[in-house]
Design a binder for this molecule. Structure first.
Ligand code: IMP
Length: 175
């Protein structure tokens, strides 16, 4: 299959499952007795978010935002735009931004600043993958799945030019 020839597996399906369950437990403990709004960043975080919420046992609401994507590129243009806002007010709520990957940090920095201005009770980030070597702005990551090296990764929701989101594992494009 073309997909498997061009992709090198980095994080297996079972490793993802275990880590996502552990993140769910961390979230349950951190927000015990509270209700949270999970805000998924479309489209990449959808698989992560849908697995994560099944490991969360405190009351939650779900909402989504969409930001400008890389399009056909594998490098960020540095400019972030909000393409879709949340559907409900977040004022006074405990908000957890759920993102597939933090790379330069510009997307999460922009979302944190935008939402902080709306006076939530608290706001924090949960990311599946962290590429710290590429960071240009510091972002606090309260919950983090895996740290990875500087490679362009696909699968488990992450795409390259719209492809590979359906892979059940995370892989890197072969050079
Ligand atoms: P940042 O603003 O540079 O932190 O990038 C965040 C967004 O870039 C993520 O939500 C992804 O959509 C995209 N992105 C960054 N690195 C990768 C990657 O390795 N594979 C796929 N998408 C990526």
């Amino acid at each position: 299959m073309v997909q498997e020839e061009t992709i090198e597996e980095l994080i297996s399906e079972s490793a993802i499952r275990k880590r996502v369950a552990a993140l769910g437990q961390e979230i349950n403990a951190a927000y015990a007795g509270k209700e949270i709004v999970l805000v998924g960043v479309l489209t990449g975080a959808v698989l992560f978010l849908s697995d994560l919420i099944r490991c969360i046992h405190i009351p939650i609401e779900l909402d989504f935002v969409a930001t400008s994507s890389y399009g056909q590129a594998t490098r960020s243009s540095g400019e972030v735009r909000l393409l879709k806002d949340v559907s409900h007010p977040i004022q006074g709520k405990h908000v957890l931004l759920v993102e597939d990957i933090v790379d330069t940090g510009l997307t999460l920095r922009y979302l944190l600043e935008t939402f902080q201005a709306r006076h939530p009770a608290s706001i924090a980030c949960c990311v599946l993958l962290d590429k710290p070597s590429r960071r240009v702005t510091d972002v606090p990551l309260k919950f983090r799945g895996f740290e990875i090296e500087d490679r362009f990764v696909v699968g488990y929701g992450l795409d390259y030019a719209g492809r590979f989101r359906n892979l059940p594992y995370i892989g890197a494009l072969r050079k």
